[in-house]
Write a protein that binds this ligand. Sequence first.
Ligand SMILES: Nc1ncnc2c1ncn2[C@@H]1O[C@H](COP(=O)(O)OP(=O)(O)O)[C@@H](O)[C@H]1O
Ligand SMILES: [Mg+2]
Length: 261
Amino acid sequence: MGYVIAVHNQKGGTGKSTTATSLAVLLGLLQRDVVLIDSDPQGNATDAMGFKSRRQKGGRGYAEFLQNKRNGRTVVQRKVQRSGMVGSIGVLAATKENLLALEAQLQHPMLSMNTNAVADKIIELAEEKDYVIIDTAPGVTHLSVAALKAADLVIAPVVPTAWAFEGIQEVHNTLEAVRESEIPVWPVMVMATNNKASTSTYQALQEKYGDDVFEQSIRRSGSVEGYEAKGKTLLQVRSTSTAAQDYIAFTQEFLSRMEDE
Ligand SMILES: Nc1ncnc2c1ncn2[C@@H]1O[C@H](COP(=O)(O)OP(=O)(O)O)[C@@H](O)[C@H]1O
Ligand SMILES: [Mg+2]
């Protein structure tokens, strides 16, 4: 019985896709059984995982998985490698047109296809895995609502500005609106610099959200900016970058939160 982790913040450009892909890859390297779901039709996580052509050529992915299309594999395995370590993660790619069509269908829920049915399918998938990690789109889409309904916890990446607090509050508000049981929301500060804004945002986050905030922040690293366009993850583009180092420590912190008794 695995965990469903939604990486979510309604604001765009807060490091959701970067955090989701980095965490998934590192967990795969640590031999956990992981599926990464790209629920954003823009497909940034799909591109970073090297499946851009699958997305563009109408291959199978998350939309087809949800629609029970049995003719062909929907979860594709991707081998991951890093300094002598080898692992593998499953990816449910965002096949753009089909995911957009599905999102439109979810606006007019039917018995067979509504956000509860989507959430059930995600939970069912997690039963055979250690972790299902869902990268969500900005805003509140139906696919994000489904991810939040299925989630055991939310990781909310925030950038060090005053908007960080609004972003986390929005996550809490949406959760309250879409589900009855409470789940943890763990903020992580990304794209941090050494300046005063970063330090004071981090302190204020801790004052407000206490131990929910990841101790490990992710630094901004000029060398990885725009890495996703290369069809690679941040860890592959610059494995020695500060951001990559920080994601390794972040993943260790994540695992100690999840797996230490
Ligand atoms: N630690 C980092 N240092 C520098 N650039 C980063 C870092 N993390 C993400 N980025 C860049 O910031 C942009 C937004 O990140 P992304 O993960 O796509 O956010 P979101 O999914 O929330 O929109 C991307 O172009 C990405 O390359
Ligand atoms: Mg994204």
